[in-house]
Design a protein around this ligand. Sequence first.
Ligand code: NAD
Length: 469
Amino acid sequence: MTTSILRFHNDVEIAQAVETSRQTFKSGHTRPLKFRRHQLEQLWRLLDDNTDQICEALYKDLRKHKNECVLGELVPSKEEINDALEHLEEWAKDVKVTPALINRVGVTCLKRKEPKGSVLIISPWNYPVFLTIGPMVGAIAAGCTAVIKPSEVAPHTAKILTELFPRYLDSRAYIVINGAAHETTKLLENKWDHIFYTGNGMVAKIIMKAAAQHLTSLTLELGGKSPVIIDENANMTVAAKRVAFGKTFNAGQTCVAPDYVLVTAKAEEKFVAALKKAMQELLGSNPQSSTDYGRIINNRHFHRLSKVLSENQSGEIVIGGQTDEKDLYIAPTVVANVDRDDKLMEDEIFGPLLPMIRVADIDDAIEFINSKDDPLALYVFSSNKKLINKVMDSTRSGGVLINDTLMHVAEGNLPFGGTGPSGMGAYHGVESFRCFTHERSTMIKDLNPVSEFLMAVRYAPYTSTNLKI
Ligand code: NAD
């Protein structure tokens, strides 16, 4: 099969890719640090040499402004590569540990950092470069081989990555397979040494079932409804600007985009006024004519979002509300005073709609958050340390960010991942290396008769009377 832009691989090609990836790993080709370093450098060059072409593809898929490509895709990808290049030797070296008393003589105990093997990376469409390159950095640094399945939903980006990878990377070690559910299902029938999946929770269950057949380890980077708490005493101008940024960047199609706002009735008016001003400053009075604002990825997602907006039963649209199917445009839209069981509050929005829910106080906000699945991110806008700590101590989420949105994802030294339905495992920085590494417990003993004599207490017949615990 094929989309008009992207050729899907057939079953024979898929089988060949799986076999090549396995054989290349077996040969030991990807293990030397020199090889890994070179591939990481090549990946960096790929991004650097082809910035314009990559940004063009992202524009075609998502109407991403070049600044959003650079900030949201290229810079974080390059930072991941730089971090891996800087720390590769340190991450990959054996770690010696002190042996227990019973093994103290003539023994070395090590954690050997071994590549897991031949891995499968399945990525989504919303940040199709960063969410493909990011896990690849971990796989390459760890010494694995990988089959990479980009999202067919962002076909221009999938196509450019398919063309560029073999020009820069070792094509026996890193192989792209294109396709949709059928092709991914075929890939999943095989035994992998790790599967790294980024996408929605429904497909994650399919991935997990497939992995269970072979008892394969998994990283699942999923989504969820990430709440924003606005404290009455927060600086509304700053809070609104940062919420507006998080909701309009990539037209809200971000896994950690603010999904809904919790605010008291008393603070609602002030926050909405600040949000109106912030939106105006970011995208002007008609966001459709702003070249800075992206579009919904395709018709399916446009209809999904329009339907949620038109079926919502409660609240009042205080900002936006306009849609244009031909242009796949949905205005940044804020719906105030939404009921807690409204359509807008069912699934992750994953678009530029922002419902606001009135809460009585901070306890009410915490209770509401805890009545739902653990989100991928939780945002609190407040200068009240007691309130902030109370929220952090009594809720759970993949990550928490105080007084901003999205920006924690850029921190390579913080693990990025969900909890419960928002994901399993984490990556970025050293965590990416860990995803694809097996820490092999290694004990090496000598055959020295003196060691044997000193450690003989373990052998029967048990004659010693001096054993103490
Ligand atoms: P998508 O539709 O591109 O799907 C992701 C991948 O799964 C694609 O490669 C696709 O081909 C594959 N796939 C789809 N259906 C399949 C099936 N039936 N069997 C096997 N494979 C299948 O992307 P999406 O799922 O719409 O992505 C959006 C979701 O991803 C949101 O929930 C978002 O929050 C989440 N997300 C999470 C992160 C994160 O880092 N945690 C990042 C981005 C997106």
